[in-house]
Write a protein that binds this ligand. Structure first.
Ligand code: BJW
Length: 259
């Protein structure tokens, strides 16, 4: 085992207050696309301003809902990978370990991690846009969406699906994710910030560290004196802050440091 991996495994063995902070990269090997990777990232193929803002939903709800139905379908057909399973192993080994994710998929939960804090919401928690912000229940249409994908796995061009209407108040139902310009759920942000401030070991996995305020969380851990281990095959905005920078993919590196 190489020295950095050995050091990381050693830190994990002795740590008492561990936070695992994940981004889209941990789900990449499950076939869920990241946002900013060249060629394969969602934002290299789709315009975030037209799909991931409140203004976009207001302007064209059917386009936005259709795109998120395609995203939901992709996640439904994906399985947790060894990276997600290694995170679960950490939660079992270290009492009180906290998992904070920016991801809107449910792969940590399906890998068995308990109490995952979702900073950017969930594809599976749509809510209405009305005053009550009711949680929404409606028939799952993702089965149909999968059949409409092109051979490359992309949604049919311009596919529009009208959002359902809230059964409580009749307003449009919207994806339960945090779009650009929107506030993060307060309780999730507080849990993340407080856990980072109290941590002695902070693992950041598969995130570019570019999107705020989530990108502030690893920096809080650094200021608190925690050791920071990064797992990522590419350089990131967080390189400067890392105690150990493990250049590799989540599904390969995480199981090696948990073993
Ligand atoms: C692998 C791998 C493998 C690949 N293994 N690794 C301060 C400065 C500048 C701007 C701002 C600021 N504060 C706020 C802003 C504006 C904005 C922002 O941060 N913009 C930046 C882009 C500059 N932030 C906001 O708008 C936020 N809201 C806000 O600030 O509100 C203020 C407010 C206060 C009061 C009232 C009202 C408002 C909200 C941000 C919401 C982000 N939403 C998204 C979409 C979610 C829904 C959806 O999924 O569609 O969240 S954007 C997207 O980016 C998504 C992600 O969670 C987030 C982070 O991306 P992530 O996970 O890091 O992915 P990538 O693709 O960037 O990186 C993947 C990494 O994995 C790479 O490093 C790869 O190398 C690596 N990798 N394969 C391991 N196998």
């Amino acid at each position: 085992m190489d020295t950095d991996l050995q050091q990381a495994a050693g830190l994990l063995r002795t740590a008492r207050r561990v936070v695992v902070f994940t981004g889209a990269g941990i789900s990449a090997e499950s076939g869920v696309p990241t946002f900013r990777d060249d060629l394969t990232g969602l934002w290299s193929r789709f315009n975030a301003e037209h799909l991931a803002t409140p203004e976009a939903f207001h302007a064209d709800p059917d386009l936005v809902w259709g795109w998120y139905e395609w995203r939901r379908s992709r996640v439904r057909h994906a399985e947790p990978n060894p990276g997600h399973l290694a995170v679960t192993a950490i939660t079992r080994r270290v009492p009180g370990a906290v998992v904070v994710t920016q991801n809107v998929d449910d792969l940590h939960e399906r890998a068995g991690s308990p109490e995952v804090t979702h900073l950017h919401g969930s594809l599976f928690a749509p809510r209405c846009v009305g005053d009550g912000a009711h949680p929404a229940t409606f028939p799952d249409a993702t089965q149909n969406v999968a059949h409409d994908e092109s051979p490359s796995g992309e949604p049919a061009d311009g596919r529009r699906i009208p959002p359902p209407l809230c059964v409580s108040c009749g307003a449009l139902v919207r994806p339960g994710v945090v779009w650009f310009g929107e506030e993060l759920p307060g309780s999730a942000l507080t849990t993340a910030a407080e856990s980072a401030a109290a941590s002695d070991l902070f693992l950041t996995v598969g995130t570019s560290g570019m999107v705020y305020p989530a990108a502030e969380i690893p920096r809080i851990a650094v200021r608190a004196g925690a050791a920071v281990i990064q797992v990522n095959p590419q350089p990131t905005q967080l390189d400067l802050f890392c105690t150990i920078n493990l250049l590799g993919t989540a599904a390969h590196v995480l199981p090696a440091i948990v073993a």
